[in-house]
Design a binder for this molecule. Structure first.
Ligand code: ZN
Length: 292
């Protein structure tokens, strides 16, 4: 099942039409995309049982071609976790040692944006990081790894846009603010439930900048896989419905290149994961000059 935020309302997307979850269920399910995430299993059962009518004017194909009506499939999670250095080849390119346990930071929720949102660049040193994003359905504490996937609503594509000057400036450096500028966390285009994927543990991620493939990786190469991350995080923080986990990026980021390459106003970033869809984001100027 693919569940999306269409004009601010939760919809299920199918090849032959969309279903407004709240309207078609007579209010049994909420209209809020965030609230629906906790109910994905029940929504799937309802679809199979009731077979509600679809709006055939909006289909999977029309939304793939024109995703501008889609907002982020989760808009205001209580927590966004992000994991640094979670692919061996990315750790190598940064020159940093492999972490012994997940390296966790946050992207503040106000940085979320939709799958075709423009990304204003606050400095000339903004970088790309395509990532698999996990969406939590049922929360909890102390979730064991072998039960972790039971807590997952689905997956989507994410970009962990990173302003490298601010990220590296401190001693020690701190990541969260420099990764939380407006629209620095585009996600989408929708949430895909795990049952739609042949192997949720082996998905191919691709990031393309102005037609150049700059990143290509596979989630089977994650150092800490999704169950391990959920178990690790929930030992400290209670996970809540609609929480997001950015799971880390493979190699090919701009600042590790020689010479370094960064996003520029006018450039187009395409971020895709097999089975999950694609983000298409255009970079713009902030219109207020470089950040201090
Ligand atoms: Zn990242």
């Amino acid at each position: 099942m693919k569940i999306a935020n269409l004009d601010g309302r939760a919809v299920v997307i199918t090849p032959d039409g969309v279903i407004d979850v709240a309207a078609a269920s007579g209010g049994r399910f909420p209209a809020s995309p965030d609230a629906c995430v906790a109910h994905v299993a029940q929504i799937r059962d309802w679809l199979a049982t009731d077979q509600p009518a679809k709006d055939p004017t909006v289909t999977l194909a029309t939304l793939e071609a024109d995703a501008a009506r889609l907002g982020p499939p989760v808009t205001a999670p209580s927590q966004i976790f992000a994991i640094g250095l979670n692919y061996r080849d990315h750790s190598t390119e940064t020159g940093l040692a492999l972490p012994d346990e997940p390296l966790v930071f946050t992207k503040f929720p106000s940085s979320l944006a939709g799958p075709t949102a423009d990304i204003p660049l606050p400095t000339p040193t903004c970088d790309w990081e395509v990532e698999l994003v996990v969406v939590i359905a049922e929360g909890g504490r102390d979730i064991p790894a072998d039960k972790a996937l039971d807590h997952v609503a689905g997956f989507c594509v994410g970009q962990d846009i990173s302003e490298r000057t601010g990220q590296m400036a401190g001693r020690p450096p701190q990541f969260s603010l420099a990764k939380s500028h407006p629209a620095f966390a585009p996600i989408g285009p929708w949430i895909t439930t795990p049952d739609e994927l042949d192997d949720p543990a082996d998905l191919t991620l691709t990031c393309t900048l102005d037609g150049d493939i700059v990143q290509q990786g596979r989630t089977r190469d994650l150092i800490f896989d999704v169950p391990t991350l959920i178990s690790h995080l929930s030992r400290v923080c209670e996970l809540r419905p609609a929480d997001l986990i950015f799971t880390g990026t493979p190699s090919g980021v701009g600042y590790a290149r020689t010479p370094a390459r960064y996003l520029t106003p006018g450039s187009t970033l395409r971020s895709a994961i097999t089975g999950l869809g694609e983000l298409r984001n255009r970079c713009t100027s902030t219109g207020r000059g470089s950040a201090p």
